[in-house]
Structures are given as C-alpha cells and as structure tokens.
Design a protein around this ligand. Structure first.
Ligand SMILES: O=C(O)CCC(=O)C(=O)O
Ligand SMILES: [Fe+2]
Length: 259
C-alpha cells in the first residue's frame, strides 16, 4: 500500500488534476494542506482522500493501486471491528455492542482512506505537516513508511512516536469520545516535517453509516446531567470539521456540554 501510494504521488500533476480541489463527499480528492480554502497558512503536506466504503472508489492510475487498496481496506475494516469488540468489553458492554449499535459491520458503514505525503522541508522548524487535531470517526488505523514525524499529546507534552516496522498505530477518534461519554478520549496528534526524507502515512478512518446519529451510549451515562456531549450524525461532523482549519479538539468542543 505504501509503494502504491508513493506511485500515486509520483504521477504527473496532469494525471492527478482530475482529483484536485474537489468537495468533501467527492469519491476521490487530492490536494495540499488541509482545506486550502480556509487554512490561514498552507501545510507542508499533500494528501489523497478516498471514500472506500460503502462504495469502493479508486483512481485508475497507478495501475496496481485499486487492487491493493481494496484488499487493504477490507483488512483494516476487519481489524477495526475486532478492536471495537475489545473496546466494548473494556467498557463492560457486550462484545458486539459498538459494532451493532453504530452499524460498523453493516454494508453502509463509512470508511475513508487518507494518504499523507510530507516531502523534505528545507526549514522544518518553520513548517507544519498537520497541526494539532483529533480525528473524526471511531478509530483511525495508521501506517507509516518508517520515517518519524507523528507526535501525540500526552500529559500536556508532545511525544514522538517511533514508527515500528510492520506495525499499525491506532488513534481513538472524536466519535469514540462522544459514544463513550468521554470514557475514551480522542487523541490529539500532529505531524511535523524533516529536511531529509519524504514521509508517507496512511490512515483509514472507521465510522458508522454517514446518517447515523452518534450520541453517548445510555449504558455509559448515569443520568441526564452526566451526558457530556450532544449527538451528531457522522455526516454533519465531517462537514463541521471540513469547514474550519484544523485546530486541536475545537470541533468536539462545540458538542460538549460545559460542566
Ligand atoms: O502523518 C501522520 O502520521 C498523521 C496523519 C493524520 O493525523 C491524519 O491523517 O489525520
Ligand atoms: Fe489525524
């Protein structure tokens, strides 16, 4: 998948142009920064985003991309379901709770493939690959090409994540925080750039069907006063996040009841 992604980014600008500057729900789009229409400064990042489930989409070039993508997305969906079974159990719920309540294993569940490419930057200390943010969705399964750059906020400090060979990193997303009424927190992370090597990261975001309302699970809320977040559909949340430049957990904060 990493090799095919490199080949995609290596295509001539002309070949990628058909996917450039498209809208949030267009099947395939690529570009620079996060949302160049609203970002105040551009980010040192090229991206490719593909809606791969419920409808599978893939660019026609490079020629091997589609087949590898399809298999990669199927396997990561299985992995996400398995992780969600474990997370349900960890909350004292039935193993199938999250998958069933949110329709994660249904034919309508949503999966977004996001590939990031951060070329070497002559002055890395002046640039940012991706600013601090948390991901939408329940879980993001992330793979990296062995070059460091991801940092996770832990106890108020940025911690470098060493990309272990042949490993995945799993980030909890904002919908996990909403669903669990804050028992699982979405993780704030960012990507910094370097002046030596091109970094590639590939994430798949796993969520419910786009029109499913995600709200705190009744089983995890003691009473009305304990409900910490407003419900929102996955679709509306994606639109909300895309309408602003990325900034920490500012999207989720809008749904949080102040204590
Ligand atoms: O490049 C990375 O490691 C992080 C990518 C990321 O956070 C994202 O695509 O949401
Ligand atoms: Fe992210």
């Amino acid at each position: 998948m990493v090799r095919e992604t490199e080949s995609f980014f290596d295509l001539r600008g002309e070949e990628k142009k058909q996917y450039a500057g498209k809208k949030l729900f267009d099947p395939i789009r690529c570009g620079t920064s996060f949302n160049a229409n609203v970002d105040k400064t551009l980010l040192w990042r090229d991206y490719l985003k593909i809606h791969v489930h419920p409808h599978f989409n893939a660019p026609a070039k490079p020629s091997g991309f589609s087949k590898v993508l399809q298999e990669y997305c199927e396997k990561t969906r299985e992995m996400a379901s398995e992780l969600l079974r474990g997370i349900s159990e960890s909350l004292g719920l039935e193993e199938r709770y999250i998958n069933e309540k949110l329709g994660v294993e249904s034919s309508e569940s949503h999966q977004l493939f996001v590939a990031n490419m951060y070329p070497p930057c002559p002055q890395p200390e002046l640039a940012m690959g991706l600013p601090p943010h948390s991901d939408h969705g329940l879980l993001t399964i992330l793979m990296q090409n062995g070059i460091q750059g991801l940092q996770v906020m832990h106890k108020g400090k940025w911690v470098h994540i060493n990309p272990l060979p042949n490993s995945f990193l799993v980030n909890t997303g904002d919908h996990m925080e909403i669903l669990t009424n804050g028992k699982y927190k979405s993780v704030v992370h960012r990507a910094v750039v370097n002046n030596k090597a091109t970094r590639i990261s590939i994430g798949t975001a796993h969520g419910p069907p786009l029109d499913t309302l995600v709200s705190p699970a009744k089983e995890l809320v003691a009473d009305d006063a304990d409900q910490a977040y407003l419900g929102i559909t996955y679709r509306n949340y994606l639109e909300l996040q895309q309408s602003k430049s990325l900034s920490g957990k500012s999207c989720l904060d809008r749904l949080r009841f102040s204590m």
